[in-house]
Ligand binder design. Structure first.
Ligand code: COA
Length: 335
């Protein structure tokens, strides 16, 4: 039997229209454009508009673009895999809301979290369903509204300046073409570091109700991040998981056409670029414009790279991510 592979046949993204520059953030907290740019590379990010943008709505817009680019009808989608840590409801997940907006009632949907590695995990799940023969067309999405979670006071400034809102999507389709396909995906996690970057509340394992005046007063619904621990682990795991994907396919960093890393921090990307000895044209960064959009960052970056002609047929493209959990993951693609 001819083996089945999956290929990416369509990409799309959506970002809210409101641009928040570093200078705009000085209205809320004691910070500066120089501090933010030097530490993170970020110049601006997007924040959603209440009443206009929702997590699922942004994902729908990104998905429609990916569906159009793939040249398919939405009704050929067999499965939706949706990554987010900022869903519209506590449950059910935003995949249900997007499925409804796309008019795809009845098809399977899977909501996952996996934080900044969410999109690569979702892509891997989709790839397995296609390779097994169970589904032929899968819509993979990463979407985040971070801005309503952020503590925009001085207390939260170490986190608030980093994150932004947006959504990205990809259509994966079954193919027998060995020369244009996802070559492999590689997934990892280490729960020993769960509390290095997390949001504690609302959680179920509480005395009494899960949201009380006490939980609100404690403020544990804010994002808590040990920035230096995240940074130290990220630089190691990014390089490891990229090398793992190349090694698994008998390839080397020299063979890479483009690395699209999760847009965590420009200093992390620069460090990884240096470790892998990649020239500037072999790495894609757009964190300057959007900040860190967690599960949406890779599909937004990949779509922009594609639109700019930096991803062409035959190219070897590596997607790599690291994030809360900790999680880290990569996907190697022969475009
Ligand atoms: N503006 C101005 N000053 C700020 C600030 C802000 N937004 N945030 C923090 N500071 C201050 C701190 O209060 C501290 O002041 P102090 O020395 O008087 O105490 C100083 O800047 C240095 O803070 P520190 O947290 O040590 O900075 P840092 O150089 O480690 O940079 C991060 C902080 C978050 C940018 C950095 O740790 C990082 O990038 N980590 C990785 C985070 C990441 O990528 N997360 C996403 C993972 S997917």
């Amino acid at each position: 039997m001819t083996p089945i592979y999956s290929k990416i046949s369509g990409l799309g993204f959506y970002v809210p229209e409101t641009i928040i520059t570093n200078d705009d953030l000085t209205q809320y907290m004691d910070t500066s454009d120089a501090w933010i740019q030097e530490r993170t590379g970020i110049k601006q990010r997007r924040w959603f508009t209440y009443g206009k943008d929702t997590n699922a709505g942004m994902a729908t817009a990104a998905s429609r673009m990916a569906i159009d680019q793939a040249g398919i009808s939405a009704t050929s989608v067999d499965l939706i895999v949706y990554a987010t840590i900022t869903p519209d409801y506590y449950f059910p997940g935003s995949a249900f809301l997007m499925q409804r907006e796309l008019g795809l009632e009845g098809i399977a949907v899977i909501d996952i979290r996996q934080q900044c590695s969410g999109f690569v995990y979702a892509l891997s799940i989709a790839d397995q369903f296609i390779k097994s023969g169970m589904y032929k067309t899968v819509l993979v999405v990463g979407s985040e509204i971070q801005s309503s979670l952020l503590n925009k006071s001085n207390e939260g400034r170490g986190v608030a300046v980093i994150f932004g809102d947006g959504a990205g999507a990809a259509i994966l389709q079954a193919t027998n073409d060995v020369n244009h396909r996802i070559l492999s995906t590689h997934l990892h996690a280490d729960g020993r570091f769960a509390e290095e970057l997390y949001v504690q509340d609302p959680g179920s394992s509480r005395d009494g109700r899960w949201i009380t005046e006490a939980t609100i007063a404690e403020g544990n619904y804010n994002v808590t991040m040990n920035g230096s621990a995240v940074f130290k682990h990220a630089v190691i795991r990014f390089a490891e998981v990229i090398s793992e994907s190349l090694l698994a396919n008998g390839l080397t960093p020299d063979d890479l056409s483009l690395l699209v890393p999760h847009q965590a921090n420009i200093r992390i990307s620069n460090y990884v670029q240096q470790q892998m000895n990649l020239p500037d044209e072999k790495i894609f960064n757009n964190i300057q414009q959007y900040g860190n959009t967690t599960a949406a960052s890779i599909p937004i970056a990949l779509t922009e790279a594609f639109e700019q002609g930096r991803v062409k047929p035959g190219d070897l493209v590596c997607l790599a991510a690291f994030g809360s959990g900790f999680t880290w993951a990569s996907a190697l693609i022969r475009w």
